[in-house]
Design a protein around this ligand. Structure first.
Ligand SMILES: Cc1ncc(COP(=O)(O)O)c(C=O)c1O
Length: 450
């Protein structure tokens, strides 16, 4: 062991032994600093989450006040703390257009997803539909790391080492606008990928399918922006076959697409929504599963007259008071600064800049796409490439080393997800850094890049 006692998440420990970690020690706005004092423009909001930016004193002070008064107490049984009650009220109020009636608080996105899956099964069981247990997820989806959340996820590399996963899970294709497997690139979209959901439900038998889970825009799968009518089409299929629709809003929640939620962005009312990340902008780990009021009523009323808990599920840190205080302060900023509207406006700027980038490097860029402040630059991979992802990794390494910009790659796709407070000139700097990196690392095809 070369001194690596910390086993990092999704981290190559071999690479770490050679290069050591980049230790980030300070952050402010959209910038972070390493221990050596070098500043980086964070084009990824950490990990798709610092929606309000770093160093917001309102949140830090709210957490400090709460920690001084009550740092934690159990929320199990009949106990509660005031900030968690206030947060639940606030979320239900904010999510009124999405028709949510209650929230279950947890500690992460994986837990928020896991909660929704367990609740979906129980919801059908208590109504006598004992066979309605299957989940349908999508290829290239990322829903988290717990075995249930991983089972509905669709990134094979993340799954293989842990198989067998939950057996009663099926996957349908992702809505890949730029690489559609159903029709030629220049043909009009027929939403055949959405029809695959219907075909799968019918094939499996609707009486066996509990829920379909979908990220409104698939983030970790490579920022897959669906055709505009996709989500409403799958929502209608779910409604028709009495399959619950769970939107995984862990990335899309709280403004990123230019609307408060991804479901609202695409004019859909799901049955449940899983949140985390932007809920506190990363100031505290927290997840939340929002449900239609009828789901809570059904589960509660099915339990008869006793006082046994109806939903035997909960995390020690459910409704953590410091997390709830952070979330309330964070949501206040998002509302006061109208960050969803800002994300829509800045998103239009990002889209324009990405289109210009693609025109500058048509030989090296496969496609660009974005929705709000979630963007992708897909690189062409050399025909003889051993590893399709290496160009992406080399490009983000170049961006970091030469331009001081932190982005992330998913295979050969560069993904962008800056804080919603990002300024136009910062977006320009991010896109310029990406262009410089592409010119430097894409040494194949037409050398001029055009
Ligand atoms: C869409 C989505 N769902 C769920 C998760 C899991 O969240 P966490 O890492 O907080 O468990 C993530 C994490 O990136 C995510 O992107």
């Amino acid at each position: 062991m070369a001194g690596n006692t910390r086993w990092g998440p999704y981290t190559s420990m071999k690479a770490l032994e050679q290069r050591g970690p980049l230790v980030i020690s300070r952050a402010d706005g959209v910038y972070v600093w390493d221990e050596g004092g070098r500043r980086y423009l964070d084009a990824h909001a950490g990990l798709w989450l610092a929606n309000v930016g770093y160093g917001r004193q309102e949140i830090i002070e709210a957490m400090h006040r709460q920690a001084s008064e009550l740092a934690w107490f159990s929320s199990f049984g009949g106990f509660a703390n005031r900030p968690s009650l206030d947060l639940a009220d606030r979320l239900v109020d904010l999510l009124r257009p999405d028709a949510m009636g209650a929230v279950f608080l947890s500690g992460s996105g994986s837990e928020a997803v896991e909660t929704s899956l367990k609740l979906a099964r129980q919801y059908w069981k208590v109504q006598g539909h004992a066979r309605k247990v299957k989940f349908i997820g999508r290829e290239q989806a990322y829903h988290g790391v717990t075995l249930g959340a991983l089972s509905v996820s669709g990134i094979p590399a993340n799954r293989t080492a842990f198989e067998p996963l939950l057996p009663e899970v099926r996957h349908v294709p992702a809505p890949l606008r730029h690489a559609c497997r159903f029709h030629a690139a220049d043909a009009a979209c027929t939403l055949a990928c959405a029809e695959e959901l219907e075909r799968t439900i019918v094939f499996e038998g609707p009486e066996t399918v509990a829920a379909f889970i979908a990220e409104p825009v698939q983030a970790a799968g490579g920022v897959i922006v669906p055709p505009p009518e996709y989500l409403s089409t799958v929502a209608e299929i779910c409604r028709r076959y009495e399959v619950l629709l769970i939107t995984d809003e862990v990335v899309t929640g709280f403004g990123r697409l230019g609307s408060w939620t991804g479901a609202r962005h695409y004019a859909v009312r799901p049955d449940m929504m899983a949140f985390a990340k932007g809920l506190t902008s990363g100031y505290f780990p927290m997840g939340a599963t929002a449900v239609r009021g009828e789901i809570l009523d059904t589960v509660r009323d099915s339990a008869g007259a006793g006082t046994r808990p109806e939903f035997l599920h909960g995390n020690t840190y459910s409704g953590h008071p410091i997390g709830a205080a952070a979330a309330l302060a964070n949501l206040a900023i998002i509302e006061q600064e109208r960050l969803p509207e800002r994300a829509a406006k800045m998103g239009r700027h990002l889209r324009k800049q990405l289109a210009a980038l693609q025109s500058a490097y048509p030989a090296w860029i496969q496609d660009v796409d974005s929705e709000g402040l979630l963007g992708r630059i897909a690189l062409k991979t050399p025909p003889d490439a051993q590893d399709a992802g290496s160009a992406g990794q080399r490009a983000v390494d170049h961006m970091r080393e030469h331009s001081g910009v932190i982005a992330r790659s998913v295979g050969s796709v560069l993904t962008l997800s800056p804080a919603l407070t990002v300024a136009p000139d910062e977006i320009d700097a991010i896109v310029t850094a990406a262009g410089d990196a592409i010119a430097a690392v894409c040494r194949f095809g037409d050398a001029s890049g055009s």
